[in-house]
Design a protein around this ligand. Structure first.
Ligand code: CP
Length: 310
């Protein structure tokens, strides 16, 4: 079975193929009749151990638009609450013969572990601070549609890089497609060895945003921080929150992105989130299209990019 566990498994041509397919899915999603029969008769199970608004709902809609039967496992009211393990839960669902299992989990490697155990395709919808591949694909689709290309664009990824699977998947994808990737954060929010990922590192927004084509803000993940370093919201916004003044350093036509959920007034000012350069709502729309493209590539043998595999 084919899986999508991380961007690291995809070649540049796999990525481009998925984005091309997603462009078609955008067109389908903009019609009044949105349903196709590509995955008719197939069963998709969404298994989300962490909260989600965008990812879970867009995977559900994507499956439905492809004609699949979609089941959302309600983890909060499941036997996980009685102590059932991830593997036992997955094996139980696997016995019901799904074709695709979409998993979000707080542990890095959870999706890869399931892929070894179940007899269906597995899609990683976010595993700890490791990868969130469909987020990076939808971000790339948003950029490509707005700018016409990814190669040679300067993309500044700003904020809580250390806790961010979104940052990690985006760095891998943007580098694969030839963008110039920067990360902008206080050193306390940068993971060790970040430079080895092929990014330029900046500690101030003014330097990091200078001349940028894309400014990608990240949520400050305070819930993942322990004791010692939890920045005060006021200080964080002052130095790293994206407001009109800081955005001036980027190109006038720079895109402003945020994967959501946003902390307004923490990492981004409301006037910027809702302003003319923001493509945050487009990102959400592209999320459905990219997930349609991914699931179609995994399950429809006529449309399999080579590298979409575990
Ligand atoms: N961007 C993202 O993954 O959002 P959710 O946590 O709401 O799914």
């Amino acid at each position: 079975h084919r899986h999508l566990l991380g961007i690291k498994d995809l070649s540049p041509s796999d990525i481009e193929l998925l984005l091309d397919r997603a462009d078609d899915a955008v067109a389908i999603s903009r019609q009044s009749e949105k349903k196709t029969s590509t995955l008719r008769g197939r069963t998709q199970i969404n298994l989300f151990y962490e909260a989600s608004t965008r990812t879970q709902s867009s995977f559900e809609l994507a499956g439905k638009r492809l004609g699949a039967d979609v089941m959302n496992m309600s983890v909060a009211s499941s036997s996980v609450k009685k102590g059932e393990t991830l593997i036992d839960t997955a094996m139980t669902l696997n016995a019901m013969r799904p074709d695709i299992l979409v998993i979000r989990h707080a542990s890095a490697g959870a999706a890869a572990l399931l892929a070894q155990k179940v007899g269906c395709s597995v899609v990683n919808a976010g595993d700890g601070a490791h990868e969130h591949p469909t987020q990076a694909l939808l971000d790339a689709l948003t950029i490509r549609r707005a700018k016409g290309k990814i190669a040679r664009l300067t993309v500044a990824i700003c904020g809580d890089i250390g806790h961010s699977r979104v940052a990690r998947s985006n760095i891998l994808l943007l580098n694969a497609l030839g963008a110039r990737v920067r990360v902008v954060a206080p050193s306390t929010l940068l993971p060790a060895g970040i430079s080895a990922m092929g990014v330029e590192v900046f500690n101030t927004m003014k330097e990091g945003l200078h001349g940028a084509d894309v400014v990608m803000m990240l949520r400050l993940q305070r819930e993942r921080m322990q004791g010692a370093f939890v920045p005060s919201v006021r200080e964080y916004f002052r130095y790293y929150g994206l407001d009109a003044e800081k955005l001036k350093a980027a190109r006038d036509d720079a895109l402003v992105m945020h994967p959501g959920p946003m902390n307004r007034g923490v990492e981004i000012a409301s006037e910027i989130a809702d302003g003319p350069q923001s493509v945050i709502q487009e990102q959400v729309e592209m999320g459905v299209a990219v997930r349609m493209a991914v699931m179609e590539a995994l399950l429809d043998p006529r449309r399999n990019p080579e590298g979409v595999a575990g």
